[in-house]
Design a protein around this ligand. Structure first.
Ligand code: SF4
Ligand code: SF4
Length: 221
């Protein structure tokens, strides 16, 4: 099966930079400041947030970072004004957007999905087996003394990459047949409960993340 990423081409629409904004990357603040020929304090103040009243920490302010202040227009395309020193999160685009989540409808991902599904229609029967629930088998590797490992997988598009291919994983990895049996039985018997737990988990964690976003502080060096 072809990996989804081989079809991905960024359309330079800038939607991700507009919606997600300038990522915070402490490892790159000095590099970005030096690239802009300003001090780290100036960088923080102008593009990230404000100093707390006690002067001990930086409080992030989303209105300074979102949309990203470094997004520029180049004709009908967008460009990054600090491209050589951009934060790590930007280097992960569109992985960072998780295929259109985080409020980003990434056209590059849409094109990749379309091309990939067209290709899926012409792949062999063996490849097609991964367009449904199936088993991904990684045999014992003599060189690395790894495996065997089996994954219960769903579909050909995905979130998780295994051995360079893209799959949506249903289960944790299984290292013995007993583990595999257990995972399948567990999934079958507990799907409703897992869905309910998952729902609560996401609700709680999204709320926690929002609260954190509102009140986060970065300790001043
Ligand atoms: S949203 Fe997708 S296509 Fe648009 S700039 Fe971001 S990665 Fe590229
Ligand atoms: S720093 Fe550049 S790549 Fe990162 S969000 Fe801003 S404009 Fe986009």
């Amino acid at each position: 099966m072809s990996g989804l990423w081989e079809y991905f081409e960024c359309q330079r629409c800038g939607k991700c930079c507009e919606a997600i904004g300038l990522p915070w990357d402490p490892a790159r603040t000095e590099e970005i400041a030096s690239f802009l020929n300003i001090s780290v304090e100036e960088l923080m103040e102008r593009y990230y947030g404000r100093l707390s009243p006690d002067g001990e920490a930086w409080e992030l302010e989303d209105h300074k970072r979102t949309p990203c202040p470094f997004l520029r227009s180049e004709g009908d395309k967008k460009a990054c004004a600090i491209y050589p020193v951009r934060p790590e999160g930007c280097r992960l685009y569109p992985f960072e957007t998780d295929f259109g989540r985080q409020g980003v409808d990434c056209p590059g991902a849409d094109i990749a999905f379309e091309k990939s599904s067209q290709n899926d229609q012409t792949t062999s029967d063996e490849d097609k087996s991964f367009t449904r629930v199936g088993l991904l088998k990684l045999p014992f590797d003599e060189e690395y003394l790894a495996g065997p490992i089996a994954f219960v997988v769903l579909g050909g598009h995905s979130i998780k990459s295994i051995e360079g291919e893209e799959y949506r994983c249903l289960s944790a990895e299984c290292r013995t047949y007993e583990e595999l049996e257990f995972q399948i039985r567990f999934l079958r018997d507990n799907l409703d409960q897992i869905a309910e737990e998952g729902k609560k988990f996401f609700q709680k964690e999204f709320e926690r993340r929002e609260k954190w976003r509102e009140g986060r502080r970065i300790k001043k060096e």
